[in-house]
Design a protein. Structure first.
Length: 114
């Protein structure tokens, strides 16, 4: 935990490799100091078939899933840092966004908790 899932158009991967996207987002998230580095998980999910505003513009959206307990300011800063890093990597892509969703510790379970 936390998880950062990058939904993007397939064209994004013609501009930068998945590995570079993963590495740079991992670094940006880690720089917030909100998480232990070994806990940060980043995945890229490219789409070949999609519609954006009725067209085929390239896009990137990062869905961030974190354990509850951070302030609104911390979550907003996390989103800004993610979007800033991606905007730096993809200056020609106009549709870049991120959101942060919290989940409850009471409803979370992983294998180690069984």
């Amino acid at each position: 935990m936390p998880h950062f899932v990058v939904d993007c158009s397939q064209g994004i991967l013609r501009q930068r490799s998945e590995e570079e996207i993963l590495l740079r987002l991992h670094r940006a998230v880690n720089a917030t100091g909100l998480f232990k580095e070994p806990d940060i998980k980043v995945r890229v999910h490219p789409f070949g078939v999609y519609a954006v505003g009725g067209g085929k513009d390239d896009f990137i959206h990062v869905f961030s899933h974190i354990m509850g307990g951070r302030t609104v300011e911390q979550r907003a800063d996390l989103s800004r840092r993610i979007v800033s890093e991606l905007a730096d990597m993809f200056p020609g892509v106009g549709r870049i966004a991120a959101n942060v969703a919290e989940f409850e510790k009471a409803t979370y379970c992983n294998r180690d908790m069984l």
